[in-house]
Design a protein around this ligand. Structure first.
Ligand SMILES: *Cc1c(COP(=O)(O)O)cnc(C)c1O
Ligand SMILES: [Zn+2]
Length: 386
């Protein structure tokens, strides 16, 4: 079992503490694993063949096995079969928990007792939570622009929490350097083993059906790579015949991958002055950006960017289906509306949009006045209108 550079193909042994290629500084990836679906209650047990080491289920907080729910109103309106993979139901309310759980195993295997991450919110909360769960010293570096209300669900786990002034994209590389010096395993956004955790999303989806398209909110590119790797492993294992078309979705206010994609470039450039309501996908220099570009070309996926207005509108429409998602997770719905309007996706297709994180994480983003009525106990009958 080896780790391989996603660009030059250079191989690194599993036992070495190397997170990116020493030659091209591009992300590493574990080679494709093959297997069968086994009996078991959790996704980790059912897909244990697809992991190079045993996962300690007793430390799980219940990652994954989230519902795949058909959204009826939007399906009807857009004339497609639209399902959402509801990742808001993870232990810390985002899909990041899947990757944190597997990433910590890797850190422990290499003998680390200190872990960390660099995050705008969700990954920080996830790593802080699992750091406590596994009894590890945990370092959380967040960008100084993070809203106060997003800090509380991180601070509650009492990690070593540090707000860092400076470019968020560069903080990623800096943290890996500091981690090497101080023996801290930074389980950052596109760590090879975080990605191994994310592939369970694909495993769970195909337990219901193989979609035509999957819409993936994309920041660092870790989630995109994880979902793709999951489908590729299922294909290699002859569990599915074809992989779905993957759509990388970004927010217009921070869209370095989209920009390079439409300009036909093979490298991303640092996105200047990022500004979007979808903070959780606001990485101006995605560490897996170049690899997402390579993979979009190789597997014929595509990339689209949507505006804040479209994102907030999609959030509202999802609430009408009974689901409260944070803005970064509703970009897929916004993108689908656009793709249907432009007829890039035809009628009747089966589509899964990944709803990556909960609306409760970022109440400040609601950006609209919600109607709340008030009435005395005596007047209640009249207020209800009977
Ligand atoms: C982390 C995150 C993403 C993007 O994931 P990447 O792996 O960085 O591309 C999307 N939505 C939410 C809510 C997130 O927290
Ligand atoms: Zn390389």
């Amino acid at each position: 079992m080896k780790l391989r550079c996603t660009k030059c193909g250079r191989e690194y042994p599993l036992e070495s503490f190397i997170q990116r290629c020493e030659i091209c500084n591009e992300p590493l990836e574990l080679e494709l694993l093959k297997g069968e679906i086994r009996e078991g209650k959790t996704v980790w047990e059912r897909y244990r063949d697809f992991y190079p080491f045993e996962l300690e289920i007793e430390y799980s907080l219940g990652e994954g096995d989230t519902p795949l729910t058909k959204v009826q109103k939007l399906s009807k309106e857009l004339e497609v079969e639209l399902y959402i993979k509801n990742e808001t139901l993870n232990p810390t309310w985002s899909f990041k928990d899947r990757g944190t759980f597997v990433g910590i195993h890797r850190a422990l295997k290499l003998g680390f007792r200190k872990i960390g991450t660099v995050s705008t919110g969700n990954m920080a909360a996830s790593v802080a939570s699992y750091g406590q769960r596994f009894g590890l010293e945990t370092y959380i570096l967040v960008s100084s622009t993070i809203p106060e209300e997003k800090l509380l669900p991180i601070a509650v786990y009492e990690p070593k929490l540090i707000k860092v002034l400076g470019d968020y994209g560069e903080l990623y590389f800096k943290s890996l350097e500091i981690g090497r010096k101080n023996r801290i395993y930074f389980i950052n956004s596109d760590d090879p083993f975080r990605i191994e955790g994310y592939k369970t999303i694909s495993f769970e989806i195909v337990e219901s059906f193989v979609p035509d398209y999957v819409l993936i909110p994309t920041s660092s590119g870790g989630l995109f790579r994880g979902i793709l790797k999951g489908f590729l492993e299922l294909k290699e294992s002859k569990i599915i015949e074809e992989i779905p078309t993957l759509i990388c979705v970004q927010a217009q206010g921070c869209s370095p991958i989209y920009k390079a994609f439409i300009e036909g470039k093979d490298r991303i450039v640092h996105f200047k002055n990022p500004n979007t309501i979808a903070h959780a996908i606001e990485n101006p220099y995605p560490p897996s950006g170049n690899d997402v570009l390579r993979k979009l070309r190789k597997y014929k996926g595509f990339c689209i960017a949507v505006s804040d207005e479209e994102i907030l509108n999609a959030q509202k429409e999802l609430a009408k289906e009974g689901i409260f998602a944070q803005p970064a997770s509703t970009v897929g719905i916004a993108a689908l509306k656009e793709l249907r309007k432009e007829k890039e996706i035809s009628k009747g297709e089966r589509i899964v949009s990944i709803i990556t994180g909960s609306g409760l994480k970022f109440l400040g983003a609601l950006g609209r006045k919600l109607e709340i009525r008030e009435c005395t106990l005596e007047m209640l009958n009249k207020c209800i209108g009977l």
